[in-house]
Ligand binder design. Structure first.
Ligand SMILES: *[C@@H]1O[C@H](CO)[C@@H](O)[C@H](O)[C@H]1NC(C)=O
Ligand SMILES: *[C@@H]1O[C@H](CO)[C@@H](O)[C@H](O)[C@H]1NC(C)=O
Length: 425
């Protein structure tokens, strides 16, 4: 790296001192730079102005080149500073706890650059609690260092590899958040302006609005028709806005399926204003809430389909975070949290308990937690989940449990729905 720094500096010096690159137009009177041949003064002037133009072009090229060199230099210097601070200046004990030591695979410069440390300017450290910042990457990235290295392999400033599925798998294994990258995601070709709101809420976007590369289906029509296909797909019928999505949460059947209006009526009018839908499929819950002037942020992974793009195209906010991640909201802030199907018995008990505490944390006092169709075995209902919800501290406003209709009776498979409340005090 030292050699690189020295080389780039030498190159810069060479460019700016070499006479052949000296772009400054010399005053016409000075004879040491231009020896003017005698001849027609118009031709001479033409030639002179042509030369001047060429010189101007070379100048801008050189300026550009210099800018690039400078930025390359800065990056190399940043890297060096980081390396130096790691090897010198640290006591032996500090060296032992240095997070960089945890990377066993030789990481590329780009990985080292993104994870830091990044030194803060003087004066910022008291507020941040440290004079250097390590931008977050998921702890489990350490377990998947080779995959992380692959994720971080791209050309700076160019188009990113189309690796959505790969990246998402890495997230689901706990490498979440992923580090930032310095490349541009591939843009959909023939992108058209979105459908205006409110029509967008119930419009299937054009196929040209997304990149289909990672998916088996290459159109929304295919995704919609998939609901009839055999096999398991995540949120199989969610993309059909004319199908079941149209009626979800509109009718309260007095059992497992609650109506949005019935839930909102449990609170003074207008006091449920903002909330979060965990694993909200194609965003229909948020759409119905928006029609009632409630702003819902929907989290979704893109499992088996472009859920995030679809939600966003409806004019709703989607965030691409898994259920494992700490919710990106502050304590006591949200009026409502909803989740359908996603929170179920596939989540290991200990992890689920942390999730429930996190939901409790972000809800304001008196906020609602609508746990919609939680799937489990009959034995787990009484033994595991009811005690867990009690333990976390929710108050029960409504509770319904029912055996799963198709195979429930043989297998003792159950659903329960609950409307819970974070107590006022
Ligand atoms: C939503 O808010 C708008 C503007 O304040 C209002 O005109 C409309 O009636 C509200 N809709 C509902 C369903 O409350
Ligand atoms: C759970 O316990 C309640 C009360 O003891 C009982 O009525 C119910 O049948 C139990 N549910 C299941 C699914 O075992």
């Amino acid at each position: 790296m030292f050699v690189l720094v020295i080389l780039t500096n030498l190159l810069t010096m060479y460019i700016f001192t070499s006479p052949s690159f000296n772009w400054k137009p010399s005053p016409l009177g000075s004879k040491n730079h231009l020896s003017l041949p005698l001849g027609d003064p118009t031709t001479l002037l033409d030639e002179l102005s042509a030369t001047k133009e060429q010189l101007a072009v070379s100048h801008s090229l050189i300026a550009e080149f210099h800018k690039k060199l400078n930025s390359a230099n800065l990056l190399v210097e940043a890297l060096l500073t980081e390396l130096r601070s790691r090897h010198e200046g640290l006591t032996e004990k500090e060296k032992g706890s240095d997070p960089m030591k945890l990377w066993s695979v030789a990481m590329s410069d780009e990985v080292m650059l993104v994870v830091g440390p990044h030194k803060l300017p003087l004066g910022y450290s008291p507020r941040m609690g440290s004079d250097e910042v390590y931008p977050p990457v998921g702890g489990a990235c350490l377990r998947y260092q080779e995959e992380l290295a692959q994720y971080m392999t791209y050309e700076v400033g160019r188009e990113c590899p189309v690796d959505d599925v790969f990246a998402q798998r890495l997230m689901l294994k706990g490498c979440e958040p992923l580090p930032r990258r310095r490349c541009h995601p591939k843009s959909p070709a023939n992108y058209v302006e979105p459908t205006p709101f409110p029509k967008s809420l119930w419009t299937t976007p054009p196929d040209t609005s997304i990149i289909w590369d990672p998916y088996t289906c290459k159109s929304y029509k295919c995704l919609i028709e998939r609901r009839k296909a055999p096999g398991y797909f995540d949120c199989k019928d969610c993309f059909d806005l004319e199908g079941r999505e149209k009626s979800r949460w509109l009718l309260d059947n007095g059992g497992l399926d609650y109506g949005i209006d019935e839930v909102l009526k449990t609170r003074p009018q207008g006091t449920i204003r903002i909330g979060f839908d965990i694993g909200g499929g194609s965003g229909t819950f948020a759409a119905r809430m928006k029609e009632r002037n409630v702003t819902i942020i929907t989290s979704s992974m893109n499992l088996d389909g472009p859920f995030n793009s679809f939600i966003a195209s409806r004019g709703l906010i989607s965030i691409h975070v898994s259920v494992s991640q700490r919710l990106p909201f502050f304590d006591n802030t949200l009026d409502i949290v909803h989740s359908m199907h996603v929170l179920s018995n596939w989540i290991p008990d200990a992890m689920l308990e942390f999730t429930l505490y996190d939901i409790y944390r972000v809800l304001r006092p008196g906020g609602l937690f609508w746990l919609d169709r939680f799937f489990c075995l009959g034995s787990q209902l009484n033994q595991t989940y009811i005690p867990m919800l009690d333990r976390v501290g929710f108050r029960n406003l409504r509770w319904n449990a029912g055996m799963k209709l198709d195979r429930g009776i043989d297998k003792n498979e159950w659903y329960f729905s609950a409307l819970l409340e974070k107590p006022m005090a």
